[in-house]
Design a protein around this ligand. Structure first.
Ligand SMILES: *Cc1c(COP(=O)(O)O)cnc(C)c1O
Length: 374
């Protein structure tokens, strides 16, 4: 099966991991610090904190933003469930804003009609790698004192109006799962513009331990002392994974170039195919194309999915609207709430795209899709 996404691991990547295994630090050593420093640099110079997954990074982001029960988080239904689940576990009420019909990104007009004084975070997702409209989301958030979060699991390497992902929102989270733009196996990271929020996220991912003597409430102990003010988790990413992350980050530009070549090849080949809509891109963004989501029209998505899978093409569907999950449906979220997201879901099909996909394989996918539509 030709997978819709997969990792690319070079000999240098392997050597970086082996070097850590031969060294002194397996965790919380120099590779963690170096990976966090590099992630911060490419994110506009803000502090980055690594995490054991993108989901953990989202949990850290909402906790560091101070989300608790009674707060509202406005988010998009066109995402992986973790985007909102990590706010729900902290007791937030999720308000789903519909997406734009063409990009499937959170619609700033919908956010504007839903936002109020209880809104603490607007959580956008850069679906398929395309940044959301952060200037408008930031303006809405500023009116009520909310923070903007960018779930950038798809978009590390993209930019919006000349600014890189990581610099677009108050909080940004990344995932380094193998299908994403770069990988550490499992892994993720958070970037925060406010250093106090970054420090709070750091402590949350480090069991809540406070190690800064200036902030100690107990001052009678010795040099070994550390203390907990707020409960945290152990979400630390280790040096083995971070060494892989550093090596992968050095290849991100090359990954981006290959993803762009594949995108052009699909765009050209599918432009003339009836019954298919190819993904669009706004003029003010530079996109690392994480997913290549086509729309299969006239109710034929299931037929095309089944036929392509039978052909050995690992097409995927991203995503069922989040509020359709029973955990949200049981809480009273009704189908029909976000019609654009639901229509998008009915038609969406993710074609394979990853750096090691060859031109011949792209042509094979196009051929399979064309035949599946007959
Ligand atoms: C992959 C993904 C996540 C979760 O990341 P994990 O590393 O798998 O926990 C969150 N949000 C989106 C949009 C994702 O694609």
């Amino acid at each position: 099966m030709l997978p819709y996404g997969r990792q690319s691991i070079s000999e240098d990547d392997i050597q970086a991991v082996v070097d850590v295994l031969r060294g002194d630090w397996l965790t919380t050593g120099p590779a963690v610090a170096a990976f966090e420093a590099r992630l911060g640099e490419i994110s506009g110079g803000h502090r980055a904190v690594t995490a054991t997954s993108g989901t953990a990074a989202l949990h850290m982001a909402y906790a560091a933003a101070g989300i608790s029960s009674g707060d509202t988080v406005i988010s998009t239904p066109m995402t992986f469930v973790a985007t909102t689940a990590m706010a729900s576990v902290l007791g937030a009420k999720i308000v789903f804003a519909d997406v734009e019909e063409d990009t499937a990104l959170i619609d700033p007009d919908a956010v504007e009609t839903l936002i109020d004084e209880r809104t603490k975070v607007i959580a956008a997702v850069d679906y398929a790698g395309h940044p959301a409209d952060y200037d408008r989301l930031t303006a809405s958030a500023a009116r009520v004192g909310a923070l903007v979060l960018d779930d950038a699991a798809h978009s590390i390497g993209s930019s919006y109006r000349g600014r890189p992902v990581g610099d677009l929102a108050d909080l940004t989270t990344f995932s380094f799962f193998p299908t994403k733009n770069l990988t550490t196996g499992e892994g993720g990271a958070l970037v925060a513009k406010d250093p106090r929020i970054a420090q709070r996220a750091h402590e949350f991912h480090f069991i809540g331990l406070v190690r800064d003597a200036d902030r100690f409430e107990i001052t009678t102990e010795g040099p070994w002392h550390q203390e907990v003010h707020e409960f945290g988790f152990n979400y630390r990413l280790d040096d083995i994974a971070c060494a892989l992350g550093i090596a992968q980050l050095a290849r991100l530009d090359a990954f981006k170039r290959r993803r762009a070549e594949i995108t052009r090849r699909y765009d050209e080949a599918l432009a003339q195919v009836d019954g298919v809509r190819t993904p669009i891109q706004r003029d003010d963004v530079d996109v690392i194309r994480h997913l290549y989501p086509v729309r299969i029209l006239e109710g034929r998505r299931r037929q095309v999915f089944d036929r392509m899978r039978a052909d050995g093409i690992g097409v995927q569907v991203n995503y069922m609207p989040v509020y359709w999950h029973p955990v949200y449906a049981d809480a009273g979220y009704l189908r029909g709430m976000c019609p654009n997201a639901e229509m998008f879901y009915q038609e969406e099909l993710s074609l394979p795209i990853h750096p090691e996909l060859t031109d011949a394989q792209v042509d094979q996918v196009v051929d399979s899709l064309t035949r599946a539509l007959r």
